[in-house]
Design a binder for this molecule. Structure first.
Ligand SMILES: [Zn+2]
Length: 366
């Protein structure tokens, strides 16, 4: 059964409400609750196609629990056009990244446990979940108000907190598939068909995946200190599925298959396909490095994305037109150490210091 609802995440100056569609799919069997959101960054549209493909796949499979699909999650960002491009990564008024405005770091888990000494097991999970949702809702109605971005994020987060598994679908600028995975959940990464895995520390920096898993990690730690072992009730990831400003229906279907494998491993789908046999590489987030343009230039990007390269191999050719008749016009930029290029800047015209590539270093095979 498929139900459609919507949530209101903001209001324009001209009065129109900004609504986000929410589709809930289930086959009437008990099981985990899954939340999958797409397109929080305006130009990162491919996740919408993945949700569509996933819904079609789910209809052919034996599903337990409920899958909530939230496409087009940032109407303001998606409609933020400049010329032929979508901006949509930062709130145009404040300059703040839309995906750094979720609520976190605000929960005193020790104090909450002290105030609820009678709770354990499922009752504790249930009450803590309600507490997280309430924190978002309380912030939304506080008399000082919240920013436009916080309004959007807290509304989405309150919904996401109702679920056990949270997947936030993004893309890079020009990018291969990669996954942001909490270090403590890295065993799960092999169940997604994503070659590059960035292992995040158990910290909060404002993104949805962190906002969803971090309080549960804190709860687990606090319980362990009190002598109780309780598994983390919630897992959350960010999936970066290809490049921005691009819909690729065939790739979307491949990603939908990968997500069904992952959901199969988590008890949501009984007859899910096995994960693909493929090379998967991981590195710590601190080893995911930016390579900045050494000077302003026109750039030809050379390095294949998602494949290991050796130090000294060419990454890009830099065309320095101001050097015509004076010096070297075409320079090759080589890789400073062994690495896997994961994404590169979207434009071929770069200033000195532009983040040209992001690369995995000190990586290993999962
Ligand atoms: Zn993004």
């Amino acid at each position: 059964m498929l139900n459609k609802e919507s949530i209101t995440v903001g209001q324009l100056a001209t009065g129109q409400a900004l609504d986000v569609p929410v589709y809930r799919y289930n086959q009437g069997r008990p099981g985990p609750k899954v939340y999958i959101q797409a397109n929080l960054h305006g130009a990162e549209v491919q996740g919408n196609a993945v949700l569509l493909a996933l819904l079609e796949r789910l209809k052919t499979l034996e599903v337990y629990g409920e899958v909530t699909l939230v496409p087009l999650s940032n109407p303001m960002g998606i409609n933020q056009k400049s010329g032929e491009f979508t901006l949509g990564r930062f709130d145009p008024v404040t300059g703040v990244n839309w995906n750094r405005q979720y609520l976190g770091d605000h929960i005193d888990v020790e104090a909450w446990l002290d105030a609820n000494p009678e709770l354990s097991g499922d009752a504790l999970t249930h009450a803590f979940r309600a507490h997280l949702v309430e924190q978002c809702e309380t912030r939304l109605v506080n008399p000082w108000g919240v920013s436009t971005g916080q309004h959007l994020c807290y509304r989405l987060q309150a919904l996401a907190h109702e679920h056990d598994i949270v997947l936030d679908l993004h893309t890079g600028p020009k990018s291969c598939r990669h996954l942001y995975c909490p270090e403590i959940l890295k065993a799960q990464a092999s169940h997604l068909n994503i070659p590059c895995v960035l292992l995040m520390p158990n910290e909060f920096a404002g993104a949805l995946d962190e906002a969803c898993f971090h309080p549960w990690w804190q709860l687990q730690q606090a319980l362990a200190k009190r002598g109780h072992n309780q598994a983390m009730a919630v897992q959350a990831y960010t999936l970066e599925l290809g490049s921005q400003e691009l819909i690729d229906i065939e790739a979307a279907d491949q990603d939908a298959i990968g997500i069904t494998s992952f959901l199969g491993n988590n008890g949501v789908i009984a007859d899910a396909p096995a994960p693909a046999k493929m090379d998967r590489y991981a590195c710590l987030l601190k080893d995911y490095r930016k390579l900045h343009a050494p000077g302003g230039a026109m750039v030809e990007y050379l390095a294949p994305l998602g494949e290991p390269l050796k130090a000294g191999e060419p990454l890009a050719r830099l065309l320095k037109l101001e050097q015509i008749g004076q010096g070297q016009v075409v320079e090759t930029l080589n890789l400073p150490q062994d690495a896997i290029p994961v994404l590169h800047f979207a434009s071929a015209a770069v200033h000195q210091g532009t983040e040209l590539y992001k690369l995995m270093t000190n990586y290993y095979k999962l």
